[in-house]
Ligand binder design. Sequence first.
Ligand code: ADP
Length: 347
Amino acid sequence: MNTDRVRARRLAMQLRDLRTVACALPDALVLLDRDDRIRWCNPAAGSLLGVAWPRDRGVLVATRFGEGELGAWLRAGASDVDDIASPVAVGVRLQLSRIPYGDYRRLLIARDISRVTHLEQVRRDFVANVSHELRTPLTVIHGYLELLDPEDVPALAPVLNEMRAQSQRMRQIVEDLLELSRLEMQQHVAEERVEMARILESLVREAEALSQGRHRVVLRDELRADLLGSPKDLHSAFSNLVSNAVRYTPEGGSITIRWRGTPSGAEYSVADTGYGIPAEHLSRLTERFYRVSSSRSRATGGTGLGLSIVKHVLNLHDAQLRVESEAGKGSMFTCVFGKARLLQPDA
Ligand code: ADP
C-alpha cells in the first residue's frame, strides 16, 4: 500500500515535470485527439497560434483558424509546412509539423522561423542588388573592349581577346544570378500553353549549333501533349540540360532529347554518352557554383548556375529533377511533371 502511494507520487511528479518542460518550450505544442480536437496546449501556442488551454479544450483545431492560410493547411491534412504566417503575432512566420503519436492522436508543433526567413530575404536581396549593381559597369567595360580592334595593336591581340572572353563570362554570371533571383522571388508561374513540339525542335537546333557536328543529336518526341506553365522559363531549363549534355560529352558521343508520357504524367529527359558524374557529387549538383570539375566547366563556358536555374524553374512547375549518371559512361537528366501540368495539344 505504502509502495503504491510512493509510486503514485513519483508518477505525479514526473508528469508535473513533463508538463513544466512542455510549458517552458519556445515552440507551440498542441495535443489533438483522434478527431483533431484540442486536448491540451502549452503557453507558446497562445502567443504563436492564438490557442489557449483550457479555453479551447475540445474545439476542432481547423475551425479555430477559420478560412486563413493555417486553417487551409490543417484541413488539407499535410504533415509539414514551411513559412506560414502566424494568425495572431504580426510579422511572425511559422514552420508547422503534425506528428502522429499514441492511438491516432496527433501533436501539432509550431516554430517561430521569422529570423531565418528574414536572413534568407537579406541574402536574396544582397545577391540581387550586387548583381544588379555589377551589370552596368560590366556592360560599359564590355562595350569599350568590343570597340578596340586587335588588328590596330597586334602585340596586344591575345590580351585583348582574353579580356573580351573574361568580361563576357562575368556578364553571363551576372545575368544567371539575376535570373536565379527573379525565380527565387517568384511565388507562382505563368499558366500558359507551352508548345512542346515547337520547343523540342528548337532544342535540337540549339544542340546542333552548339555541337557543330561533333555529336549525334537524336530527338524522341513520343507524347502528343503540351505543358502548362511559363514557356520562357521551361525553354531556358530544358536548354540548360541540352547545353550541359553537349559540353560534357566528348566528340563522337550522342545526345538524346526525349519527351514521353508516364503513368503519373510526363518526362522530358536529356541523355548523353559523356564524361558522367561520380555518385558522390549527384546530391549537390543543383547547388549554386557546385561543379564536379571547375576547369572543365570554365573551359566550356559554364557559370556553375545552370542546374540551380533548372531546379528553381521545375519547383515553380511542381516538377522534380532526377539525375542518373555513371562516371565514364554518361548521364541522364530527367524533368518529371505531374498530370496536372499536361495539356492536350490544340486541334
Ligand atoms: P556549369 O555551368 O558548370 O555547367 P551547371 O549548374 O549546369 O554548371 O552544372 C553543374 C555541374 O554539374 C557542372 O559543372 C558539371 O560538373 C556537372 N554536369 C552537369 N551536367 C552534366 C552532364 N550532362 N554530364 C556530366 N557532368 C555534368
